[in-house]
Design a protein around this ligand. Structure first.
Ligand code: 17E
Ligand code: FE2
Length: 416
């Protein structure tokens, strides 16, 4: 496969890319625009590595309102609604919804997905439905599965055994939810147990950590200390961490030293947590997003994610990660030109680091020929336009080609 007239991130010239046997074989700078035979003419648009969705709950997608709506908009009512919906899960129900959601994600340029799957279900139905999809969907996406104990590990009957069983069935990552355990002591113990399990089984860790507007929810320090002391480091991810929004600055300053030493990754879900958090506030209402800008500026790895597509926690969502970037830039005060220049990192390279697949990810000779072409010439213009994904290609196979929307008629105010 040959692609001409592509722009690459942070490069001034146009490039020709050649692929063989599913991998990039040559990447060469062009002096001028070419008009030669090719498979894809990128027409000067930005070619970059596919988008990464490092945190979504595929087991719950497209269940909003079933069997009832979340009226308060809190995380806790979401968990109640989901507990009701969980009772009627079947393998087919889960798989059909996953296919529909993954179709949406592919349509928005995503090729790498980490999904949390609730394992606080004695039957483990959702997990058993999703594990086989890893190989079924492999031609289109990479799928990583987190064993996620939605209702707790120590606070749910047989919680530990269910987590262990989930790993045997095929989960890749160990999850946790310390802020939802009955007591602080259970939360701390769950973190110790999760880290030990992951270490002995050679798994990654991704914890829903401090997803609560309680400045006293301080499990992040427990997780980061364990990551540091076990050497698990960047194999560990702290998701949500929204209590950090409510920590006082002095505590946060001390905490950042530990976070940096630990090397852990962060995932923030900006639309989800702005919606779920602040629900017990009157005015002013907290935005409920972790300190994305401050973590990034301190040199830590932060990725953005959607969390939900139309589920008991969040009734909107359409697979579009660029929406998360736009939202985070606003809500986290990252509206400087330098912020825009690297904004796509949040949904590309940073997510790839979270998923521990950086060695198979990126536009480089020898790596899999996976890429997207966006409507825009660089990060700044893609963010400004909210540019569509025009192509998505995986190991030389075209997953998506989109024609930009065409305006049939419009008044002209100026001729530029
Ligand atoms: N479960 C949870 O604990 N938190 C969330 N944000 C979602 C599910 C979507
Ligand atoms: Fe989540």
């Amino acid at each position: 496969m040959k692609i001409i007239n592509a722009r690459l991130r942070h490069q001034p010239s146009l490039f020709t890319l050649e692929c063989e046997e599913g991998r990039f074989s040559q990447i060469t700078a062009q002096d001028t625009t070419l008009n030669s035979p090719c498979d894809i003419d990128a027409k000067g648009q930005l070619l970059c590595a596919p988008f990464v969705e490092p945190h979504i709950h595929l087991d719950a997608v497209l269940t909003a309102g079933e069997p009832r709506w979340n009226n308060s908009g809190t995380l806790f009512e979401g968990i109640e609604c989901w507990a009701l919906r969980k009772e009627s899960l079947t393998i087919d129900d889960v798989q059909q919804r996953v296919y529909r959601a993954v179709q949406l994600l592919i349509g928005q340029g995503v090729q790498h997905i980490r999904t949390h799957v609730d394992v606080t279900d004695p039957q483990l139905t959702a997990l058993k439905a999703i594990v086989p999809l890893k190989s079924v969907l492999a031609p289109y996406i990479d799928l990583q599965i987190v064993a996620f104990p939605q209702e707790g590990i120590l606070s749910f009957p047989n919680g530990k055994a269910l987590m262990q069983q989930a790993l045997e069935i095929g989960a890749d990552v160990v999850g946790g939810i310390p802020h939802f355990e009955f007591t602080r002591e259970y939360g701390v113990e769950s973190m110790r147990w999760v880290m030990e399990l992951a270490q002995t089984q050679g798994k990654l860790v991704d914890v829903h950590c401090d997803e609560i507007d309680d400045g006293n929810s301080r499990f992040l320090e427990v997780l980061a200390t364990a990551a540091l002391e076990t050497g698990m480091g960047d194999r560990v991810t702290a998701s949500h961490t929204v209590a950090m929004h409510s920590y006082n600055n002095a505590y946060c300053s001390k905490l950042f030293r530990l976070l940096k030493m630990s090397g852990i990754n962060f995932v923030s879900c900006p639309t989800e947590n702005t919606h779920l958090q602040g629900r017990f506030d009157s005015f002013p209402k907290r935005r409920g997003i972790t300190r994305v800008k401050e973590l990034r500026d301190a040199g830590m790895n932060v990725a953005l994610a959607q969390d939900s597509i139309q589920d008991p926690w969040y009734s909107l969502g359409n697979g579009k990660l660029l929406r998360q970037v736009d939202f985070a830039l606003h809500a986290c005060h990252m509206m400087g030109y330098d912020d825009f220049k690297t904004a796509l990192d949040f949904i590309t390279d940073n997510g790839a680091k979270v998923m521990h697949m950086a060695d198979r990810y990126g536009i480089e000779v020898g790596k899999p020929a996976n890429f997207i072409i966006l409507d825009g010439i660089d990060d700044v213009s893609v963010i400004q336009k909210q540019g569509d994904v025009l192509w998505s290609v995986r190991e030389e196979k075209v997953l998506l080609e989109r024609q930009p929307a065409m305006i049939k008629q419009q008044v002209t105010l100026a001729t530029i």
